[in-house]
Design a protein around this ligand. Structure first.
Ligand code: HEC
Length: 111
């Protein structure tokens, strides 16, 4: 009897292990809506009230897009950035693949 209970528990737990592995990258649009929109807005301009309050960057700014490297965008998302404002770090919420796809998405916001 005990072995059946143990097996059953293992079966129940398997899918939740699988969903936390690195290979399961969630789509960038979904991540942006969940983690970024509150400050940067759906258009990337940062005109939300939380965006104004934290001095979120306008991600559509062509001059900034031209000056910034993909590597810096990646690091800013992973580690946060507190130069002009206060952006939280996302290293504990997103894996590298997901941050890579967000870098691509940020590039697509260029106005
Ligand atoms: C709490 C508000 C807030 C949230 C949530 C937020 N940001 Fe930011 N973001 C900021 C602020 C403030 C800055 C400006 C930081 C600075 O330059 O000091 C910024 C800057 C940036 C930059 C420019 C970084 C640079 O190196 O110039 C990028 C890219 C960015 N955010 C992307 C994102 C993405 C992608 C997400 C979601 C995963 C996100 N942000 C979530 C507030 C936020």
């Amino acid at each position: 009897m005990r072995i059946y209970v143990t097996l059953l528990l293992m079966l129940i737990c398997l899918p939740s292990f699988a969903s936390t592995t690195e290979s399961n990258a969630r789509p960038a649009s979904q991540l942006y809506r969940r983690y970024c929109v509150s400050c940067h807005g759906s258009d990337g301009k940062g005109k939300t009230s939380k965006g104004r309050f934290s001095h979120a960057r306008d991600l559509t700014d062509a001059q900034w897009q031209a000056d910034v490297s993909d590597e810096r965008i990646f690091n800013s998302i992973m580690n946060g950035r507190n130069v002009r404002g206060n952006m939280p770090a996302f290293a504990n919420k997103l894996n590298e693949k997901e941050v890579d796809s967000l870098v691509t998405m940020v590039r697509g916001l260029k106005g």
